[in-house]
Design a binder for this molecule. Structure first.
Ligand code: ADP
Ligand code: MG
Ligand code: ZN
Length: 514
């Protein structure tokens, strides 16, 4: 929606037509991120946590089924992971913490209450630096707490039009960590930067797979708008149901515009929970907002309060690995990579690990090291990433192990394989998992470096293409590229392109003086 507005500039009155959300209102966003923890058992029982691949309702016990009388036991690993995340987010770790019951009735909540943390969470008062369009900004972290996940409902309707729901209890009782930000973000761009930074941190810490598609990493977005300069925040809505960054971004933009329009029309924003409907690109009202008192929180009587002493905190602190941002800086200084390349390589921990594994394997080879870093980075970020994207595989799922990439790059850097044939070899290795050395031997993919052999090819191509030669001599530079292409064709891509290029240019010059 657009709106006319007037500003005075000296003597002049200027009419501006601007989208309302940019002109009059400030956006305020706070995110609640739910992260499923990578523990081996569930939060309060010993059922296996690997629920995604298990048949429905097979990883359950009286505790996670919510049977009366069953007693929960705290998963220490989940507590460790939450403390670790809190520390990585610069939080304070209070000594006293406890679990509380959050009561609400819903078919996916087996006990009729969720064990969560209310007033004494494991981590509080943190902050996170984010980078948005080159500007640094700090987002406050209100709290990081631990709770349990709920069962999974699947709504079905059969051919006779009967609607019913299926319950899979496997997810019930999974360890779930919630990270709550302060309402510090001021645009959907900032929200995305925050989200991807949190995502990177939990992945690097190894506390979660943080897979958004399968629901291991979920985000509820709280958003409000207010006139610029207003002392109070506006009424917020909470948007759920987004399972990609794109969806979060679109839902936030939609909500900002919707709220601005309401205010423009003199209406109020209603505090409520809304759901993002991917197919229609809109948010719809789901239910009116519940408040803390609706949940009748009280301390979980079946669990003791937890004392997290400084020794425990120190132990966890010592386990924190190098995080993405630092790793990126190290890649830039240690391997002389550009900001851009280092950023892409460290975006996912797996890619960064893979890169370093290749370099470690390579470190014995006697080649120009600065060049090798760039070469390895180019092969990973270029052709390998392209193949991974096409097949939706992650880097360690592919058949191109670090060792195989080393073989390939060695063949190229020693001159026995041209870069263009290298791409073919990579594709074949990606398909079959065969060693690049074998692929090259089996197909005779050797680079021709022999000048005599290449001179013959140059001669043949010059003889067979008099028109291109004439064009070149007339000043048409691209004719040389055409001739070069013919040489590669004649040698089945095996000619060393640098040498061939030099030979053909020299030969063309001798044609000129003829
Ligand atoms: P609730 O359980 O009611 O959703 P939480 O404390 O878990 O409350 O989360 C509230 C979230 O909403 C926080 O991320 C906070 O930053 C954000 N928030 C609070 N007020 C506003 C507001 N006016 N506009 C946008 N976000 C807000
Ligand atoms: Mg909320
Ligand atoms: Zn169980």
């Amino acid at each position: 929606m657009y709106r006319q507005t007037f500003i005075q500039w000296g003597q002049a009155h200027i009419v501006l037509v601007v989208p309302v959300e940019f002109m009059e209102y400030e956006t305020v966003i706070g995110l609640e991120v739910h992260v499923q923890l990578k523990t081996s058992s569930k939060m309060f029982c010993s059922c296996p946590a690997d629920y995604q691949s298990a048949p429905p309702n097979s990883t359950v016990c009286p505790v996670c089924l919510g049977l009366p009388g069953a007693l929960p036991v705290i998963n220490r690993k989940a507590v460790d992971y939450t403390i670790m995340t809190g520390l990585a987010l610069n939080c304070e770790i209070p000594e006293h913490t406890k679990f509380d019951r959050k009561n609400y009735p819903y078919p996916d909540l087996m006990k009729g209450y969720q064990i969560s943390q209310y007033d004494l969470p494991l981590a509080v008062k943190g902050c996170l630096e984010i980078l948005v369009n080159g500007d640094q900004k700090t987002v406050g972290i209100e709290r990081v707490h631990l709770e349990e996940d709920v069962a999974k409902l699947q709504h079905v309707s059969n051919e006779s039009g009967v609607n019913y729901s299926l319950v899979d209890v496997n997810r019930s009782g999974q360890a779930l960590m919630e990270i709550v930000s302060m309402p510090d973000m001021r645009s959907p761009d900032e929200a995305l930067a925050y989200l991807s930074s949190i995502h990177s941190i939990v992945q690097y810490l190894g506390v979660s797979t943080a897979n958004m598609q399968d629901g291991s990493f979920r985000c509820d977005a709280n958003v409000s708008v207010r006139p610029f300069g207003a002392p109070e925040f506006g009424t917020r809505t909470e948007v759920k149901n987004m399972n990609s960054y794109r969806a979060v971004f679109q839902a936030l933009n939609y909500e900002v515009e919707r709220q601005c329009n309401l205010l423009e029309q003199g209406d109020r924003v209603v505090q409520e929970t809304r759901g993002w409907v991917e197919e229609r690109n809109i948010t719809v009202s789901q239910r009116s907002k519940e408040y803390a008192h609706d949940y009748r929180y009280f301390p979980e009587p079946d669990l003791p309060p937890l004392i997290v002493d400084s020794k425990w905190v120190e132990r966890i602190k010592s386990l924190i690995p190098e995080l993405g941002h630092n790793r990126k800086l190290r890649f830039m200084s240690e391997f002389a990579l550009s900001d851009y390349d280092a950023d892409l390589l460290t975006l996912s921990k797996d890619t960064a690990d893979y890169f370093e594994e290749v370099l470690n394997l390579y470190s014995t080879a006697a080649v120009d090291i600065a060049n090798v870093h760039k070469m390895v980075s180019n092969w990973i970020l270029g052709d390998l990433t392209r193949l991974l994207n096409l097949s939706s595989l992650s880097i360690y799922e592919s058949k191109v192990s670090p060792g195989k990439l080393v073989q390939l790059i060695t063949l190229i850097s020693t001159g026995s394989l041209s870069a263009s044939l290298g791409k073919t070899v990579l594709e074949e290795c990606f398909e079959s998992g065969d060693d690049p050395d074998n692929i090259v031997a089996a197909n005779g993919y050797v680079q021709i470096n022999d000048v005599t052999v290449m001179e013959q090819a140059v001669s043949d191509v010059i003889d067979q293409n008099p028109k291109a030669v004439a064009d070149y001599l007339d000043g048409n530079e691209s004719a040389a590229r055409f001739l070069m292409g013919q040489i590669m064709k004649l040698t089945q891509g095996q000619a060393n392109p640098d040498v061939a290029n030099q030979l053909i240019l020299a030969r063309l010059e001798t044609e000129r003086v003829k």
